[in-house]
Design a protein around this ligand. Sequence first.
Ligand code: GLV
Length: 411
Amino acid sequence: MPGLGSRIRTRIETLRSVLHFRPIELDPVQRRLARAVSVADLRRLARRRLPRGVFDYIDGGAEDERTLAANSAAYARVTFRPRVLRDVGAVDPSTTLLGRPLPMPMVLAPTGFTRIADPEGELAVARAAARAGLPYTLSTLSTRSIEEVAAVSDGPKWFQVYVWRDRGLVKEMIDRAARAGYEALVLTVDTAVFGRRDRDLRRGFSLPPKIGLETLLDGVIHPAWTWAFVRADPIRFANVSGQEAVGDGSDAVSLADYINSQFDPTLSWHDVEWIRSVWDGPLVLKGIQTVDDAVLAAEAGVQAIALSNHGGRQLDSAPATLDLVVPVVDAVGDRLEIICDGGVRRGSDIVKAVALGARACMVGRAYLYALGAAGERGVDHVLRSLDTDVRRTMALIGARSIPLLTRDLVA
Ligand code: GLV
């Protein structure tokens, strides 16, 4: 029978072997990020940190949000057919898009008014994208200008345009993007008129955010956001400021009123031809939602299309984009590159879209949640996680490179 002293020593050793205290993290952003292991976690954090109107503008979709839900649900329906014993010792998710090598098949989508999530806004996202080597698409409705973004990022940059009633303004923005070294132009074609966003209407949400009694209270409950917002320079439509045709964009307006008065609802395939005549580089049509239009896009000679319903923010009951990948790839996959936009929350979603035949995915909300949750470091964090997820998923389904990621690996 061992003596009391030795029994106590054994107990202490047993306890020691299981006790493990994480070092206390003093940096609050790092502390937050350490617990955010998924996009859903980042969304929850953003929801806590952002005023409700801001969060709902980012998070919400059109009308009953059926398409918003359908985009993600389509990914959930696809299952893998994993192959084993295939040597996945070195997984390589690199690919090419529009002739440029990319570390993985992903593009950061254009998102308007990014500074409402964090004062650094588009600059933070562009810097994080450049560090990851991924293309960042700057929105026409950005809150940092074409030139400001170019000044902080030497990574691949794309510029997104809408067709404004004032074609001179469109031409001028395209010229500025070309001069600033943006590599591709993304023409959004699903916004002839603005979608109805019930959440924004209910809250009377305007851009820049207006301070009424409700928002004032909201601001008090979200002091970190409010303090950062108040200290930063005013949020404005950075690319159109100084343009007489549209005012300087500093007045608070409902986005629907602004867009419906500025964007041209007569937008047609002639405008695509016109854009091609004023832009030399690759053109991506974003917002294609049928095989018929994908065929017309191929006939119009564009280099790529983004299958997109604007993240479910425009026409509710539009089809989930992932469901379009197979028919569109089968119809025009040999004539242009196909990007799948909307609903990506995991690296495995990107793997599914690429296995079905997409060249890459566009990701918007995932990085906006990260930006709202933890600023620029949040965006670094989510891009790193998606990269790790893509690699792990490829390993688990037995595809060590993108050419080996074929349709037979999904069901
Ligand atoms: C702008 O493009 C939006 O979807 O709000």
